[in-house]
Design a protein around this ligand. Sequence first.
Ligand code: NAG
Ligand code: NAG
Length: 351
Amino acid sequence: MCSSRAGRFPSPPVFPLLLLVLISLPVSLSRHPWSTPPGGGGAPHLTDSKKYEGSSEFVHLRYHMGPVLTGNVTVHVIWYGRWLPRQKHILRSFIRSISAPSTAPAGEPSVAGWWGTVRLYTDQTGSNVTRTVRLGREKSDRRYSLGRRLSRMSVQSIIKGAISARTRPLPINPRGGMYLVLTSDDVTMEDFCGQVCGFHYFTFPSIVGYTMPYAWVGNSATQCPGVCAYPFAVPYFVGNPPKIPETPPNGDVGVDGMVSIIGHELAEVASNPLINAWYAGGDPCFPQEIADLCEGIYGTGGGGSYTGQMLVDKRSGAAYNVNGVEGRKFLVQWIWNPVVSYCSGPNALDQ
Ligand SMILES: *[C@@H]1O[C@H](CO)[C@@H](O)[C@H](O)[C@H]1NC(C)=O
Ligand SMILES: *[C@@H]1O[C@H](CO)[C@@H](O)[C@H](O)[C@H]1NC(C)=O
């Protein structure tokens, strides 16, 4: 039953899944869309059988007739725990970049271009996922209202607290509103690091009073950056010789790592807000959604333990693949493209 696992929509084994591959080659390979890992840590050899990132005869992404977010989306953020102003700036900029009209002078590839793949998903009426994702209101929960050890279900209580706060409660707009709960690096979450880096689901009327999509993403900096902020941190056992972590484009390993997980969750909320729209696999309790299919892929040739070809910031040497507002750069994972049936992103070299 799904209900016993409510809230588990892990998207994310982001890295966990990949780690499994690394640890237990070749047993778990068949579970992966990218079942042909390139050898070593260098650039992969593109063969005919691995021409397109994530492509696989095993992926059967289907539309299950539920709604997708076709109207303007407003993301209301809850900052749970202790957040530095500069950390908030990075994440706000990323969300604002999704629908930014132009990111000049940096230009393409852009975060808005990356969202273009998400827009390829449609509902029963043929309407596409919205172009407009706005940063809504924000609420801080500095006093850890539910403590520092959270369960998945407690995220809904955090949301309930934020919409029913006596001062400046977050708005409730069931049409187009969603909540994004971000926890600081000193907060633990059930299954964090092992199975999930983030998840999304929808609120229950019995707890929150409404049915609205939400997502949770944690800052993994002190708990498992090698899992949830890869490739800005690398587990000690990966690579021989050990792989060197990439430099994060905004100078914050945990927060730069969160950017990609937030992108992952927002893409899935938009295409599968009530867990009955776009996913692959027969079990709605364990769907493979449009970002799950492309975890760990950030550029051309990505798959296995190889991130794919990223861009390098000439000034800082940081790895990134998209430009955003305010001259910021971000690294965000690719998304499954339903038109061509492989993962794609705006920094592709061969598409
Ligand atoms: C809407 O989705 C269809 C089907 O994937 C696609 O062909 C079309 O280009 C999309 N429109 C936009 C504006 O992305
Ligand atoms: C949706 O957002 C667009 C800007 O992208 C705006 O022009 C439009 O008025 C908005 N629609 C609604 C219903 O808020």
